[in-house]
Write a protein that binds this ligand. Structure first.
Ligand code: CU
Length: 169
């Protein structure tokens, strides 16, 4: 008896938590104000065949006088977009999910291979090299900004990004 009760309580919690998450997202989408100070440029996606995730890279610009805090990203062309960071310790490279990335006041922050990047999963059917994907970013203050990201082939990594390899410590 106690056991059944425990399970239903758990289920109830899970359901209300997901309802809250959905409601919250929708409300934010409807009321979100586009940031006047934070923008993204040079966005591109390194398309890796699904189900492997693709990496997304861009430069965030903060023209404001206060630090901006990036808290999430979404795209109509991907089922899931996460903020990731690649770090190196003891010669090993690993990726972890980050929930907040600060963009310093008056500065640019590059999301690039070997550092912060977007991890995009569940692409819409038919997404291909040459397409443009919209990515919507959310800031901690509730404001949003968007980027138009060019979908490039995996080979794009070796072209023009030699610098990042040389700059590894
Ligand atoms: Cu990643």
């Amino acid at each position: 008896m106690t056991r059944t009760l425990g399970i239903s309580a758990g289920l109830l919690l899970a359901v209300s938590a997901s309802a809250w998450a959905h409601g919250h997202g929708a409300a934010q989408g409807a009321a979100a104000k586009v940031s006047a100070t934070v923008k993204a440029s040079d966005c591109w996606i390194r398309l890796i065949p699904s189900p492997a995730p693709s990496g997304g890279f861009f430069v965030a610009h903060n023209a404001g006088q206060e630090d901006a805090v990036l808290t999430g990203a979404h795209s109509p062309d991907y089922g899931m977009v996460m903020l990731h960071e690649t770090t190196e310790s003891g010669g090993m490279s690993k990726m972890s999910m980050v929930h907040q990335v600060a963009i310093p006041a008056g500065k640019d922050l590059a999301f690039k291979p070997g550092s912060y990047h977007l991890m995009l999963e569940q692409p819409r059917a038919g997404l291909k090299v040459g397409d443009t994907v919209q990515v919507d970013f959310t800031l901690a203050n509730g404001e949003v900004f968007s980027a138009a990201c060019e979908v490039k082939s995996p080979k794009a990594m070796s072209g023009g990004h030699d610098m990042s390899g040389h700059m590894k410590h």
